[in-house]
Write a protein that binds this ligand. Structure first.
Ligand code: NAD
Length: 718
């Protein structure tokens, strides 16, 4: 066998076609690292040297994925002082791609696996692309989602292939596509049913195009669609940055850089455009946001998917039949996500009638998707057929998992646990979806508390990606492992949380909403508070959230907590927010949206607006809290609480805190999550700022012991 540096197999057939098969030794996937870059350069050298006997080149892969993309490990390590080196490295790789596409021989990508990012850029640098018609394959340039841009010529080539207006959304959204969709978008030229058909397509194209040039290298070529300076583009280009700014709140540099690289690159020649692209790429890759996004959404997310944090030695389990107690908002949602993944769901409520209402709720939900065209009617029918509504507990017999989602009421939960547990299949597990009640206490109703676990879903269940898996005091490692397997099976992302008041996400999010109320008590105008939250990238303001979740409910949970803590002989933690909440509920009778109004009014005939009475009630003329403090407080309150939760062992890894905070409560993605935010600021600087905020605004910002330890040792949270 003929290998180029153990990375690329070289095969030349009798007709002079060279097939370069990417097959990097010692790696499960092909990546754009030093080894590959030099191997590819060597392969192109050899093609140039043997050009007289070569009629064409086909790119293929021996791995399951065609090409996994850039080497994110090395990108993560690039510091701000290495900009020049990174620029040179990018330019060198692009020069190799450019050389191959301008040698005068047809180069065709036979994409026989997923090709993303740098991997797809290799394909874009070919004269034609064909792909296996397999819906499991993903093609595209997802760099934007990791805070980067396609820096291997992807921006320049896609804009030249599709035109500015068509290419820009693909680049900015970073969406990926299966081959059929990619063909519709003209990202590939054709698809084939199998590997042989794919190679045949590539060979046919080569035979028909013996000396192709890229369209943009041809004479008289013009950018498809409107040019950057055409009147049609000007309208678009004037509004697009504004809309983008509104969407990203200036916190995500990648979409902006992509737009700049695309537009600037569209008005200059190819080589200049690639240099512009490299410059923007280097700026992004050496910035903090890309590092945060890569850390959390690539590395930590992959760790979760590959089962890190799952107890070792427990055989993997799959679930075929799941019981759900309570067919309300949550129970019906859980049934829906089970059915969508092929799991039979027994949906049990107090009566068959109520259970049927739960099924109708699922049906209505799926109907909307069918109407939108995102779900086939046949699939809807198949999913609904997997859900069995019932009022009879006996129907739960043989379930491998039963999830309880009845009213938040201890005696009721104990009763349904005692009733349903004996019906579990041998070795089955029982889960509670409680949002506030400690799991260890609920497990007391169980005959087998080692098989009892918390599965805390978020509303709406079908759209929220996170599930907190709560370990009770007696939950066994095997039960935890099986619960994690279930969450993965239904396509959600699990984090592991120890049993404690508010678990992880509610506890951290509570500090965000309460901080908003505390600001109001200081006299900060409500609209300033809400805007500060949006400006740092939170999806909604704290006052709006409190209205939605009901301050009356918050008060009653507070009373429950007070009683529980008193019974344990523990003090009730204080927070300046409570005075505001109490006054809103009891004094002003404005408990929130469901109660007719709260911080906002909800007129029947228009959008909500802040209640004008707030200024008279809380406004303090002349109060001046710096915007920077307001923004920092909203993030620091949550980050400090995360550290405290970690110190108490509620979460055990920065990974779980990061993923939980972003997917569960909307902590801004650009930070990489609560703990990555601390890492980004640096433990020392973070502790210092927290101390400052504690002095000015209250002891809730006091740096926890764990933070001070990290600061002293100059360590990161992992
Ligand atoms: P819900 O009121 O919509 O549904 C509760 C259902 O339980 C009702 O359909 C009721 O008829 C049923 N039920 C009552 N007694 C029953 C019995 N004996 N047997 C079977 N079913 C019975 O409530 P929900 O919002 O779906 O919440 C359910 C659970 O999920 C609660 O523990 C809640 O704390 C938790 N939770 C809720 C949310 C949320 O956002 N709503 C989020 C996470 C967790």
């Amino acid at each position: 066998q003929d290998y180029i540096q153990e990375a690329i197999r070289w095969d030349k057939d009798a007709s002079g076609i060279v097939t370069l098969t990417f097959d990097m030794a010692g790696q499960s996937a092909n990546t754009m690292n030093t080894v590959f870059r030099s191997a590819y350069a060597a392969a192109v050298d050899r093609i140039a040297a043997e050009l007289d006997s070569i009629t064409g080149v086909i790119l293929s892969s021996a791995k399951k994925t065609f090409f996994a993309g850039g080497d994110l490990n090395s990108l993560l390590a690039v510091g701000p002082d290495e900009k020049a080196a990174l620029y040179e490295r990018s330019q060198a790789m692009k020069a190799v791609l450019r050389r191959l596409e301008t040698l005068g021989r047809p180069v065709v990508a036979a994409i026989n696996g997923t090709a993303l990012g740098g991997g797809f850029e290799l394909c874009l640098a070919c004269h034609a692309r064909f792909a296996l018609d397999d819906a499991r394959l993903a093609l595209g340039l997802p760099e934007s989602g990791l805070g980067l841009l396609p820096g291997g010529g992807g921006v320049v080539r896609l804009v030249r292939m599709l035109g500015l207006e068509a290419a820009m959304p693909l680049l900015i959204d970073g969406s990926t596509f299966d081959p059929a969709r990619a063909q519709a978008l003209k990202l590939v030229d054709g698809v084939a049913a199998d590997a042989d058909g794919l190679m045949a397509l590539a060979r046919q194209w080569i035979a028909a195009n013996p000396a192709p040039v890229q369209p943009w290298d041809g004479k008289g070529w013009r950018l498809p669609g409107a040019t950057a300076t055409a009147p049609a583009s000007l309208t678009y280009l004037r509004t697009a940055p504004v809309l983008l700014m509104k969407k990203t709140r200036g916190r995500y540099p990648a979409p902006m850089a992509i737009m700049s690289a695309a537009v600037e690159g569209a008005v200059v020649d190819f080589d200049t455009a690639t240099r512009i692209e490299s410059r923007h790429f280097v700026g992004l890759a050496t910035g903090a946001v890309a590092k945060n996004l890569i850390t959390t959404f690539f590395f930590q997310m992959n760790e979760v998917k590959s089962g890190k944090g799952r107890p070792a030695g427990v055989p993997a389990s799959t679930f075929g039949r799941v019981g759900i107690l309570g067919a309300g908002l949550m129970g019906s949602g859980i049934a829906q996500v089970c059915a969508a993944r092929g799991i039979a769901a027994v949906l049990k409520d107090a009566t068959a009638e109520q259970a049927r209402k739960g099924l109708e709720r699922v049906a209505a939900n799926l109907d909307k998707r069918v109407a939108k065209g995102t779900l086939a009617a046949a699939k809807r029918d198949a999913q609904l057929a997997r859900i069995t509504p019932t009022g009879d507990a006996a129907d739960l017999a043989g379930c491998e998992l039963i999830v309880e989602a009845v009213f938040e009421n201890r005696p009721l939960k104990a009763q349904v646990t005692r009733e349903a547990e004996p019906l579990l299949a041998p070795g089955g597990i029982f889960a509670s979806n409680t949002s506030t009640l400690p799991i260890s206490g609920l497990a007391e109703a169980s005959e087998r508390p080692e098989n009892f676990v918390g599965l805390h879903f978020f509303s709406p269940v079908d759209r929220m990606p996170l599930v907190e898996v709560i370990k009770g005091r007696k939950t066994s490692a095997e039960t935890l492992a099986r619960a994690l397997d279930f969450v993965q099976q239904i396509g959600k992302t699990p984090i592991v949380v120890n049993d404690a008041r508010g678990f992880f996400t509610s506890r951290v999010f509570g500090m965000f909403t309460k901080e908003g109320a505390a600001m109001l008590a200081e006299g900060v105008p409500a609209e300033v508070i809400e805007n500060a939250a949006l400006a740092v990238g939170m999806p909604v303001g704290p006052l709006a959230v409190m209205d939605e979740t009901s301050m009356a409910l918050a008060m009653s949970m507070r009373r429950q907590t007070a009683a529980d803590l008193a019974a344990e002989g523990q003090p009730l933690p204080q927070h300046p927010a409570w005075a505001v909440i109490e006054r809103m509920v009891d004094g002003l009778k404005r408990p929130g949206r469901a109660g007719g109004g709260g911080f906002y009014d909800y007129p029947a005939d228009g959008p909500k607006r802040l209640w004008p009475g707030l200024a008279a009630e809380y406004g303090k003329p002349g109060v001046d809290v710096p915007m920077e403090d307001l923004q920092d407080r909203l993030l620091y309150a949550q980050a400090v609480e995360s550290i405290r939760a970690m110190q108490e062992g509620v979460v055990e890894t920065a990974r779980d805190a990061n993923i939980g905070s972003i997917l569960g409560i909307g902590f801004p993605r650009w930070t990489g999550g609560t703990m990555q935010f601390v890492n980004m600021v640096g433990a020392r600087a973070f502790a210092q700022r927290a101390m400052e905020l504690a002095q000015k605004y209250g002891e809730r910002f006091e740096p926890p012991r764990l933070l001070l330890d990290k600061a002293e040792r100059n360590e990161r949270f992992v």
